[in-house]
Design a protein around this ligand. Structure first.
Ligand code: NAP
Length: 358
């Protein structure tokens, strides 16, 4: 791992929203990145951050409170590394403008995730897919680039299944998610809709899980990704939980493991070698719980500064081969923290210097 000699200046687009705020918390005191700019919509631009944002959690770092929020353009935001927490309605055009202007964009929006030349990365699982950036620059003529994070529910499922897929070949996935309200942003779901309730629908969530998982678990030859040959059936539910998406997963395999064999693989998992030891990388990469009633979002979502994926209840399944429960913090692991880890991986592997306009 190569630590940078100087901290890179970075910016957050969509800095006033739920994910934008998670970026600000995660970047506070970061050893490699210095948050110097915050940007949001015209509603917020021109105002001090402390006035533009309704700060949701913990202490707003004083250095950020005083920053003036700018518009989301490459002319007003100068940092070479740009973390995007933009609403999908605007992310497409804005992120492309930054990439064309020579910036590295680490996006949380859905717009580019399935593009053939755009890496969709959960760093421990498929950090090697960052190699697609070369093709992206060549084909689009961009001096910078776009790297995307997965949908937050897909992230937890991919993290839990990656070691099992490598060892036994996942072929079928039947998954039911219980997703936190913070996944809908701020102000998000009206309280009278969600308190004491379960909403068995999250717009476009099931198709995202069903297609993104195949790309993340697919193989990359440096130029293209071949999807993993997995059939996925997803049920997505919104539940009255603040943070932490839980996934109950039944899995069918090419080579059927016993629960004990699957547990041994999950426990031994260390993830992509280049990710280990990075500032945002959790240790262990996966936390396997033995208690029969874990993981639970209230107790486990904040482990590893929100970056730990917890897995438990690994047992035989009557429908497919195995079933298990996985959970991680949707706003940190599934969004801001995952993006920062992607940027750390690019820095540590020397892939950033060639990408970003000086
Ligand atoms: P959010 O709370 O609604 O925040 C949206 C942000 O986008 C705000 O900063 C808002 O700025 C900005 N914005 C809206 N319209 C804009 C425009 N026309 N120009 C520039 N900025 C604009 O949403 P969120 O939950 O943080 O989600 C942000 C992105 O991350 C979305 O694409 C979402 O799908 C994705 N994501 C979210 C999660 C999660 O757990 N929440 C997880 C993974 C991915 P103003 O305050 O000025 O309006």
């Amino acid at each position: 791992m190569t630590a940078p000699a100087l901290r890179w200046p970075v910016a957050v687009l969509g800095a006033t929203g739920a994910v934008g705020q998670a970026f600000i918390r995660h970047l506070d005191g970061h050893p490699w990145f210095d948050l110097v700019e915050v940007a949001a919509s015209e509603r917020s631009a021109g105002r001090p951050y402390r006035e533009a944002a309704r700060w949701l959690e913990g202490v707003l770092p004083p250095s950020v409170a005083a920053l003036e929020v700018t518009a989301c353009t490459p002319e007003t935001v100068r940092a070479p590394i740009v973390f995007s927490a933009l609403d999908a309605g605007v992310a497409g055009e804005v992120e492309a403008a930054f990439a064309a202007a020579g910036r590295l964009v680490l996006s949380n929006a859905k717009n580019y995730r399935m593009a053939l030349d755009v890496p969709l990365v959960v760093p421990e699982v498929n950090g090697d897919h960052l190699a697609l950036l070369g093709r992206q620059r060549a084909e689009r003529g961009w001096r910078g680039g776009i790297v995307t994070n997965a949908n937050c529910a897909t992230t937890v499922i991919a993290a839990a299944l990656a070691p099992l897929h490598a060892a036994f070949g996942v072929r079928q996935v039947f998954v039911t998610t219980m997703q936190a309200v913070s996944g809908a942003g701020y102000p998000g779901v009206p309280s009278l809709d969600i308190l004491g309730n379960v909403i068995p629908y999250i717009g476009d969530e099931e198709p995202k899980i069903e297609r993104e998982l195949l790309k993340i678990l697919g193989t990359c030859d440096g130029h293209r990704v071949t999807d993993a040959p997995i059939v996925v059936s997803a049920h997505a539910n919104r539940v009255p939980v603040e943070h932490g998406h839980t996934a109950c997963i039944s899995v069918g395999f090419e080579r059927k493991p016993t629960p004990e064999q699957a547990l041994a693989v999950l426990r031994a998992y260390t993830g992509h070698e280049a990710v280990r030891g990075l500032p945002s990388a959790p240790t262990p990469a996966l936390l396997v719980r033995d208690e029969p009633d874990r993981p639970q979002p209230r107790r486990d979502a904040h482990l590893g500064r929100g970056m730990t994926t917890s897995v438990g209840r690994v047992r035989a399944d009557h429908l497919l081969d195995l079933r298990l429960v996985a959970m991680s913090h949707n706003v940190v692991r599934g969004a801001a923290g995952g993006s920062v880890l992607n940027a750390e991986l690019l820095v540590a592997t020397g892939q950033l210097a060639g990408l970003v306009a000086s």
